[in-house]
Ligand binder design. Structure first.
Ligand code: ATP
Ligand code: ZN
Ligand code: ZN
Length: 813
């Protein structure tokens, strides 16, 4: 009998190897709400634990043997047909579960979390005296609470590492268990700590760590918990303990004030240059055609690509379709948002991770309800919930930040392509240094190409000087700053012009070694050396977050002959201020911008001329537009020239070209100084000339000869385990399964396999990592093959301690 409504449901927390849509009966009372795209609670697995899931489809069918949906969580679907298809696309292309994809598409604040709770039953239901002392303790604790308690809280309270003792008590009928659903708390809220007013700590016993934390908070007045941890090296648990003692309290900082999104009607209309106009026209014609293709807007730095976007958007906005403008870094959003807000007022919404939970949810809803029509944001903006998308613009399309490095390992450009082809919308990729793949497609006709070959207006490309640091050393200059750079900084300070200095390493010293035993001080959890930070006087690991107070003792041989090496941004900032005490210097890196909205304040302060010099990591290198900057210095270009994978040159060329391009964007001619020990390096000379064409024609030949993208796809399969041996053996086993299957069922598939080899950093957070590299053609056959082996491997008992994942065209291979 086919008389029931059956929902096909993808559930949360499924292992990839078992992930599929499960059938559930929809009870009559829920028929009108349980539609595709809504989230539900269902009983799952043998224990019928409650799990969250999403309905992917509904059909008429036989209910026999099926479980029923417990409840519907959403009043309206959170995903429409397009987004459900996007999730399916992500599952098949990125080897993730359906629900992982769903979670990625929704703002964190909208996510629910199912949590197990335990509570005490009535004493009449079991015999209290038969319990062990420990069991009595658990029972009494829960009884005193008078309600069910979250399992995490209980685990903490009793110091257990598993819930087994509670499960036993449930079996004995002492405790009851229930699953409750909570709105997920969002980690992006900046949690602040402050000292409780009029608190008296004289009688309170505090550990050394707690004392340090308390003093810091007291001194700071109010400070983010993240910063407390940074400066004192404690975990958040230590801060929590102070709160439990009542000495401090927490509050969420409301920082990211929504910018004034008022249209500025006094603003003059943008008049495009001839070149800009013709690019804009041809983009519009493409947009207006029945099946727009992908279009590359290739324009040198400072050519006014942003003006072209704005004009294009002005032309298409009345069509009522959604428009997405993506930027690669949060630090670029303020300049974009303020420019766009002046033109489009409250029609814009902003999507990025530095917004608070509530703000993100609000912006999401404004888009969903059709109140906002333009979304500006970082990677996740590609999921903006428009009914119908008309135009997606990806600025600096070559940037790595568009690719997610954790599952689902998606690339925003691929999602954008998928959405645009679903909606017959136009995708505009924009850059001064397009990725090799993109430019190749534009050259070979797969994408259309529009070029802006000159800077806008009177601005010209900066003059570039390559400073030979070897020569400088020979002449006795050990300062790390070439004479030509110092002279020009001095000139700029005197003439009220601004300078940007790039050093792509944060911290003070990038390594510490022992002169007695010759060892570098490394992280105990990772195979990487620790970085010295002067701001907190600690050694820190940039991979796992480990940190220790700095002492001058070698952890290996305990001698006191440690020496520092490698300059980071903190050190560069100090050195520059020693040389130019009168200069106002701003440092921008992820340490300086850890508190929310600080990057925004920094950028506007620098734009307002409050600083002479901006020292920073790649964060300052691209996209920003400061007309008063006439000098850019690259302190150590050699760091960028390491070739650890096939994209290294592309990355270094792009970074150098982009940072040089920050100079001389206004009326005054700019200059850039690139400091290097290898002045004859080809990448440096091409970047100095901003010569993308030569770079491209060299690079594409190499790609072709070596069979790298766009001539093949590179799939990395990673193996992670606490046990080094197991990770390696897992990789060997996987390779065996894979080649066997390929031989058997896909004998003609072009494949080249390398490895297994240790990953670039073999140990991170005490987990060992190995990899296999597969050069392949990323088509449905290949994905079916890979997916099959990933599932098989995932189910194997022997390798249950090894996680395998696939990363298509991974950032670093
Ligand atoms: N048509 C125009 N009218 C007035 N000003 C313009 C016009 N086009 C560009 N500009 C100005 O030129 C400068 C550079 O423009 P923009 O920042 O858009 O360059 P870009 O192409 O995005 O460069 P990059 O790739 O280096 O980020 C800006 O100050 C911008 O206001
Ligand atoms: Zn030593
Ligand atoms: Zn580490």
């Amino acid at each position: 009998m086919m008389n029931s409504r059956i929902a096909e449901i993808a559930v949360e927390k499924a292992a990839y190897s078992f992930d599929k849509a499960f059938d559930y009966v929809i009870p009559d009372s829920m028929l009108d709400k349980a539609v595709a795209g809504t989230r539900v609670l269902v009983p799952f697995g043998r224990g019928n634990r409650k799990r969250q899931g999403i309905i992917t489809a509904v059909h008429q069918g036989e209910s026999k043997g099926l479980k029923s949906v417990i409840s519907v969580l959403d009043d309206e679907p959170v995903l429409n047909d397009e987004m459900l298809k996007t999730a399916a696309f992500m599952k098949s292309h990125y080897f993730c579960t359906f629900y992982e994809a769903v979670k990625t598409m929704l703002p964190a604040g909208i996510n629910y979390k199912v949590t197990t709770m335990y509570g005490a039953k009535d004493e009449s239901e079991f015999s209290f005296d038969e319990l062990t002392d420990e069991e009595k303790r658990v029972y009494n604790y829960l009884f005193s609470k008078r309600k069910a308690v979250k399992s995490e809280v209980l685990l903490d309270a009793f110091g257990y590492s598993t819930t087994e003792p509670f499960e036993l008590l449930v079996q004995k009928g002492v405790l009851y268990k229930s699953d409750e659903i909570f709105r997920k708390v969002n980690d992006a809220v900046m949690k602040m700590a402050a000292v409780t007013p009029e608190v008296d700590i004289s009688g309170v016993k505090l550990t050394e760590k707690q004392k340090n934390v308390f003093e810091l908070i007291e001194m700071a007045g109010a400070i983010s918990v993240k910063e407390v941890c940074y400066f004192t090296g404690v975990t958040a648990a230590v801060v929590d303990a102070l709160c439990k003692k009542g000495l401090i309290y927490f509050f969420d900082e409301e920082v990211f004030r929504i910018e004034n999104r008022q249209k500025d009607s006094s603003l003059k209309e943008i008049v495009l240059s001839e070149e800009q106009q013709s690019a804009c026209d041809s983009l519009y014609n493409e947009y207006d055609s029945p099946f727009p293709s992908v279009s590359l807007l290739y324009g040198v730095t400072g050519s006014g690509k942003t003006s072209v976007f704005i004009k294009l958007i002005e032309k298409v906005i009345d069509d009522g379709k959604g428009i997405i403008v993506m930027v690669p870094e949060i630090s670029l959003t303020p300049q974009f948002v303020s420019q766009f807000a002046k033109r489009f007022g409250d029609k814009i919404a902003v999507f990025h991770s530095a917004l608070s939970l509530g703000e993100r949810l609000d912006e999401y809803k404004r888009v969903k309800q059709g109140l906002a029509q333009i979304v500006i944001g970082t990677r996740s903006a590609v999921f903006a919930p428009f009914d119908k998308v008309g135009l997606i613009i990806m600025d600096e399309e070559q940037e790595y930040s568009y690719k997610s490095e954790s599952s689902p390992r998606y690339h925003a450009r691929e999602i954008a392509k998928f959405r645009c082809s679903y909606n017959n919308a136009l995708l505009v990729l924009s850059s001064a240094t397009p990725s090799i793949e993109t430019y190749y497609y534009a050259q070979t006709g797969r994408y259309s190409l529009n070029t802006l070959s000159a800077r806008y207006g009177k601005a010209v490309l900066p003059e570039v000087v390559v400073a030979d640091m070897g020569e400088e050393l020979k002449n006795g200059n050990t300062s790390g700053f070439s004479n030509v750079l110092l002279q020009n900084i001095a000139y700029n300070i005197e003439h009220k012009k601004q300078s940007i200095l790039l050093l792509n390493r944060r911290g003070y010293n990038t390594f510490v070694t022992c002169r007695a035993c010759g060892e570098a001080v490394t992280c105990p959890n990772c195979s990487i050396s620790l970085t010295y930070h002067s701001a907190n006087n600690r050694l820190m690991c940039h991979y796992c977050g480990y940190s220790v107070p700095y002492t001058d003792e070698c952890p290996v041989c305990h001698s006191h002959r440690l020496t520092f090496g490698g300059t980071g941004t903190q050190r560069a900032e100090k050195d520059i201020s020693d040389i130019f005490p009168e200069a106002r210097i701003l440092r921008m890196d992820t340490d300086a911008t850890s508190s929310k909205s600080s990057y925004e304040k920094m950028i506007s302060a620098f734009a307002d001329g409050e600083y002479d010099i901006l020292v920073g990591t790649q964060m300052v290198a691209k996209g920003l537009n400061f007309p008063n900057v006439t000098l850019v210095g690259v302190l150590n270009a050699d760091h960028m020239l390491y070739a650890d994978d096939y994209r290294s040159y592309e990355r270094s060329f792009s970074l150098l070209t982009q940072v040089v391009g920050r100079s001389g964007r206004g009326n005054d001619k700019g200059m850039a100084v690139i400091q290097t020990f290898t002045p004859e390096n080809l990448i440096i000379s091409m970047a100095s000339r901003q010569d993308y064409n030569t770079f491209y024609s060299n690079e594409i030949k190499v790609r072709k000869a070596m069979l790298y993208p766009p001539f093949a796809d590179i799939c990395l399969v990673g193996f992670v385990s606490q046990n080094r041996e197991a990770a390696f053996k897992g990789a060997v086993k996987f390779l065996e399964l894979f080649t066997e299957e390929a031989k058997k069922n896909y004998p003609n598939m072009p494949l080249r396999i390398l490895g297994p080899t240790p990953a670039l950093v073999v140990k991170i957070s005490n987990k060992y990592r190995f990899k296999i590299i597969i050069k392949c053609k990323n088509n449905s056959e290949f994905r079916a093959l890979l997916s099959k082996i990933l599932c098989e491997f995932g189910k194997s008992k022997e390798f249950s301690g090894v996680t395998a994942y696939a990363d298509m065209n991974a950032l670093v291979c």
